[in-house]
Design a protein around this ligand. Structure first.
Ligand code: ZN
Length: 502
């Protein structure tokens, strides 16, 4: 349908519905119809405009208005999201296997994605725009469908046609995997933490001997010893090294991992059954939430076992040396991190060139340049909390009284929130709120203790009676929110040394 922008807006004004805003980028024309995102009093809607018959034939479900032309105004619900993905396939999450660098930008509020897209589209990488863990969904009262739905409408809003991923993050059971796949995720991150046995590295030797025989079947015991004993695994390069396992080390690693490895195999086979011989789902394994850093020998042990069982992974989240706390910079010796990271990278490169995946990747500015350099162009990095913190920053500017209420609530709920996240924040070190003038409130987002406090209490704030005011403030100031985010995510990508351009 040929119509100029001016005619379009003219025509929209003639209907008996007050349109507060049109999202220019989202407007799409087909032969008969014009589609686009608009905002009305009730919120964001999808509109379809054209001759009466053409609008009726169109599959989106909505309310009709007639005024010469016909306008259909549609809710951004799950049904219409499915139609959107059918009509405009670039809004459907897809596997990003072929892209060497991917960036996870979790959006806990469902309001951040346009800002993420505006930053990421300038660089030659691909985003995972829908990325939430079960823990995050429980905290925010969302589910995988809602997360993907919010991402899909943001993708059409920004007309981002390059493709994006959706990650069911930190899944811990087949049931959770099924729910995520049902919603249409293109990536599974399998969390092995509940199936690992870290005591395998603290139990005394005699206990290990007993457990090895008790817990692992005879056939598997033979295979394990055969795979690892009397062999030298050498890795060449500036940080080259070689690994030889003693019998005790094989047994300790076997006990650490065997339930986790069984679980990976079970899920991988399930994915194969769902999608045919090659899974079209990106498959990540995460062992980043173990009590100690992943040793080279353990990494190699895990990957060789997975390969032996025919499991192919796209990325692996290890626990690296130093501390990756939520929402603040890396803590640790950069020199040690460099060595540790490049040696793990060597193992990954040798056995399938899967990506190392960095979790809790928000704001690790001091090591981003090193990660960018040493990952040699293969990397997945996940962020989420930092986008929530930018939302809180915006509220500190736009609505200081609301910010103060949020901050007080966060202080009250800190002890409970600490059960879910490892942080070293100490509320006692935070300046008294009453002593801070409105104009300085945003500084609380720059200090580590208060930053972590606000970071980990998001679930309590978003389930409280403050939620509606938080969402209202961010919606009224959405353009400001997206530019803060764009700036902040670009800062991450620049620090990684990524180049602009496709
Ligand atoms: Zn993680």
């Amino acid at each position: 349908m040929r119509i100029s922008k001016e005619e379009l807006f003219q025509s929209l004004r003639s209907f008996s519905i007050a349109i507060e805003k049109v999202y220019d980028q989202s407007f799409l024309e087909t032969k008969e119809l014009i589609y686009g995102l608009i905002r009305v009093e009730e919120g964001k809607k999808w509109m379809v405009l054209g001759e009466k018959e053409a609008v009726r034939r169109d599959p989106f479900i909505g309310k009709y208005y007639h005024q010469g032309l016909t306008l259909k105004v549609c809710d951004l619900n799950w049904e219409n999201t499915q139609v959107l993905m059918e009509c405009f396939p670039f809004t459907r999450p897809k596997s990003l296997k072929e892209f060497p660098i991917t960036f996870g930008a979790g959006d806990r509020l469902g309001l951040a994605t346009p800002g993420h897209i505006r930053a990421i589209r300038k660089f030659g990488i691909r985003p995972v725009l829908a990325q939430q863990s079960v823990r995050e969904n429980n905290q925010t009262g969302r589910d995988f469908k809602r997360v993907i739905q919010d991402a899909a409408w943001a993708v059409i809003q920004e007309r981002y046609e390059s493709g994006y991923g959706a990650d069911g993050d930190h899944l811990k059971s087949l049931q959770e995997v099924k729910e995520a796949l049902d919603a249409g995720v293109s990536m599974i991150t399998l969390d092995l933490s509940e199936r690992l046995s870290p005591e395998a590295f603290s139990d005394p030797k005699e206990e290990i001997e007993k457990r090895f025989i008790r817990e692992i079947e005879e056939e598997d015991r033979k295979v394990l010893l055969h795979l690892f004993l009397d062999k030298e695994f050498s890795f060449e390069g500036p940080v080259g090294f070689s690994i030889q396992y003693t019998e005790e080390e094989v047994k300790r690693n076997a006990l650490l991992f065997h339930k986790g490895i069984d679980f990976c195999e079970e899920i991988y086979e399930f994915l194969l059954k769902q999608t045919g011989r090659k899974p079209l789902i990106d498959f990540e394994i995460s062992i980043d939430e173990t009590p100690f850093p992943t040793s080279l020998a353990s990494h190699l042990f895990l990957i060789l076992n997975l390969l032996h069982r025919g499991v192919r992974i796209d990325s692996l989240a290890l626990r690296f040396v130093g501390e990756f706390q939520k929402g603040i910079d890396y803590r640790g010796e950069i020199h040690d991190f460099r060595r540790h990271f490049s040696q793990h990278r060597l193992i990954a490169k040798s056995y399938g060139d899967y990506k190392l995946s960095i979790h809790s990747g928000s704001d690790k500015f001091s090591i981003f340049p090193h990660i960018g350099e040493l990952s040699q162009g293969r990397l997945h990095l996940k962020t989420a909390g930092t986008s929530w913190l930018e939302a809180v920053r915006l509220i500190s500017f736009c609505n200081p009284p609301l910010f103060r209420e949020m901050f007080r609530m966060a202080l009250n709920r800190f002890e409970e929130a600490k059960k879910f996240y490892y942080v070293t924040a100490e509320p006692k070190r935070i300046q008294k709120l009453d002593h801070i003038p409105d104009s300085d409130l945003s500084q609380l987002l720059d200090q580590e203790d208060s930053r972590q406090l606000l970071h980990i209490t998001y679930g309590f704030l978003l389930k409280s009676n403050l939620k509606d005011r938080i969402v209202k403030c961010l919606t009224e100031q959405e353009e400001a929110y997206w530019s803060l985010l764009q700036h902040h995510i670009e800062k991450h990508l620049n620090a990684l040394g990524l180049k602009k351009g496709e």
